[in-house]
Design a protein. Structure first.
Lengths: 138, 138
DNA sequence: CGGTATCCCAAAGGATACTG
DNA sequence: CAGTATCCTTTGGGATACCG
């Protein structure tokens, strides 16, 4: 019975799969980052090609520099995005998806595409509620 | 040229498709509801079958009654969830997905499934960063 | 250009109590 | 059981200023 001591198993190796329904599962944090207000749009923007910071800022309407930077740091920390800085002046920094990030982006893109397509029907639901409100107000 | 006056076209009919990259597009609100902290989990929980309020609360670890109720109202307002209340005592209320909600749930489910599966690899990214931090601290 | 630091606000979210 | 009401905390997020 040689070498029977517990090997140095990291936390990540101890969980075979996440469970989003469990309150304390680390997958909850990943979900938060990916589905954060700007996380979704960043992943989609990076799906096509590598982008610079300023390019993304221009692509994603309404995002502030602060939140874009923070969102990119979240995704980088989760291993979905790679940040590559060139030591030049003026600064040049590129962001791209990791292989894992590409997979993530595909799922998020599917959701985003569906929303953009189904939006008119969902707004009709609003219209219907508005009509109800008007009908009950006479 | 009879009947040339503009017909009563609702806002929903004027937009053929949403654009999530546009800051002022209504699709942004839909995205917020669906990807809110509890919105994702509610949609997934309801994908399999109709559920009562208490059932969902027990399924979704850590959710408060307040946020569960609010999330359900958001999704109901977007036409993704139907709320059916029975006039009995004690109260009996059922929630189920609309046809549109089923489509939404499938996309969200795909994303959630992927996260649960890929989580170990993403936590490895954390481990790697932790190792870096340790290595650079000597 | 690509950030970080600071301040600030609004809104998401939680805890508790109460009600039909 | 299924909420609502109230109060409170947290944090996502914006605006501005500053820096390498």
């Amino acid at each position: 019975m040689e070498k029977d001591r517990t090997p140095p198993l990291s936390l990540s190796a101890r969980l075979a799969r996440g469970d989003l329904m469990a309150a304390d599962c680390p997958s909850r944090a990943i979900l938060q980052h990916m589905t954060s207000r700007w996380g979704v749009l960043v992943l989609i923007a990076l799906e096509d090609r590598t982008l610079r910071f300023g390019e993304m800022k221009r692509m994603i309407g309404g995002v502030s520099e602060r939140m874009l930077a923070q969102t990119l740091q979240w995704l980088e920390g989760d291993g979905l995005v790679i940040r590559k800085a060139f030591a030049v002046v003026p600064p040049h920094v590129e962001y791209r998806l990791t292989p894992l990030g590409v997979e993530a982006a595909h799922r998020v893109r599917s959701l985003a595409d569906w929303i953009e397509t189904a939006m008119p029907q969902m707004m009709a639901a609003w219209d219907a509620r508005g009509a109800e409100a008007l009908a009950s107000a006479d």
